[in-house]
Structures are given as C-alpha cells and as structure tokens.
Write a protein that binds this ligand. Structure first.
Ligand code: GLN
Length: 210
C-alpha cells in the first residue's frame, strides 16, 4: 500500500464483503467498509458485492444510503458490481422480486437468477481480454447469477459465456467507470478483476484531481 492507493469501499449491508476487501487490498487499494453516508462520501470507488439483491435493495433504504449512492453514481463514482451487485447497477431487471428496485447507472437489462433452477451454479474459464491482456483466463464462478440480456450501445461487453446451454450470454460489462460481472472473482483467489477495477478508480482519481 502506498499513499497513492485509492480508497475503495465495499458496501457492507449484506453479502460477501470480507472477500472483496481482501481482493481489493491485494489489487492495490485501501479497502474500507461502507454502511453510512459519511463513509460513502470518503471513497474514490465502491464495490457492490454478491449476496441477495432484494435484501441489499431494502437495506439501502433502511440505512438511508440509496439516494446518496444514486447521486454519487450520477456524478461518476466508479462502481464494480458482482452478481447481486450487477443487478443493483442495472437500469432494468427481468424476473426481479415484486417491488424490487435497482440503483441503476448501467444501460443494461439483466435477468435475475438467469441460469435457472437446474443450473444454480456454473463455472467456466473466461478469456476476459480487457482484464487478462491475453494471459490465462479468469475462472468465472456463477452462483444463482444474473446475466445481461440486453446491453445499450454505450456498453462495452467484456465477456460472454463460451460453453453450455447459455453460450453467448453476456456476463461482464463496462460502461464508463461502471464495471459489472455476473460471477464472483473475489472467491477464487485471483485478484485480476479487482486490480482492473482499482486501475479504473486510479484513472478516475487522476482525471479529476486538481
Ligand atoms: N440471486 C441473487 C440475487 O438476485 C444474486 C446471487 C449472488 O449474488 N450470488 O440477488
């Protein structure tokens, strides 16, 4: 860790917070938990972890974070959403729970629990060129995961499934400084996706400094 390391928060209302904190630290950030507005104000970037999007949606209101977070996303806060976090970042959700809302920001339609009951979880090596630079693939671990059913013109597709019944489905995207994956890189011990996001945050900090 050095003084230039960006401070990246992990929304810590529910989900696999600890794993993201560790992966962010490994990826070169100062990682902190975010549960309060003042904590949100202090971060250069934010991770929305996997967990249960309906629960996180509800807790965002209980903790009175929802509007502040929407505002910061609107101002360009870099955010990385994994799995439930991808759902929260999406502008549109299919198969959401009744009344479920998202934060939005990412011009995509996601399908919640898209892999279906038969395939609760799925694993696949993904080339993810933007992250790996052509190096070894990233293992995508999908757990009751969404996929991106439709992406707007401004959205860069980072990965699609290459095999299985869902081959071709989009599972990683970027739009501006918003990044989302259907899978959970934080549980594989491979910190390259987090490192990629830390770079997104670092670039944003450099662009807006001074
Ligand atoms: N199915 C969960 C949801 O709808 C996401 C699962 C996960 O984050 N591992 O939020």
């Amino acid at each position: 860790m050095s003084r230039e390391d960006p401070t990246i928060g992990v929304l810590a209302l529910q989900g696999d917070v600890r794993e993201h904190l560790a992966a962010l630290e490994a990826g070169g950030a100062r990682a902190v938990t975010v549960r309060r507005r003042c904590e949100l104000e202090a971060v250069d970037g934010l991770v929305l972890p996997g967990g249960e999007s309906t629960t996180i949606d509800r807790l965002l209101r209980v903790f009175e974070l929802r509007e502040a977070l929407r505002e910061r996303i609107g101002e360009g806060l870099p955010v990385y959403g994994s799995c439930a976090g991808m759902i929260l970042l999406a502008d549109r959700v299919l198969d959401g729970a009744p009344g479920q809302q998202t934060l939005g920001g990412l011009d995509v339609t996601v399908r919640r629990n898209a892999f279906g009951r038969q395939v609760d979880s799925w694993e696949e090596d993904l080339p993810l060129e933007a992250v790996t630079g052509g190096g070894p693939p990233v293992l995508g671990v999908f757990i009751r995961a969404p996929w991106v059913e439709e992406a707007g013109a401004g959205v860069q597709v980072l990965a699609r499934l290459g095999a299985g019944p869902a081959a071709g489905r989009i599972v990683a995207v970027r739009q501006g400084d918003l990044v989302a994956t259907s899978f959970h890189p934080e549980i594989t011990g491979d910190d390259r996706v987090h490192r990629y996001f830390v770079d997104v945050v670092r670039d944003r900090v450099a662009r807006t400094a001074g």
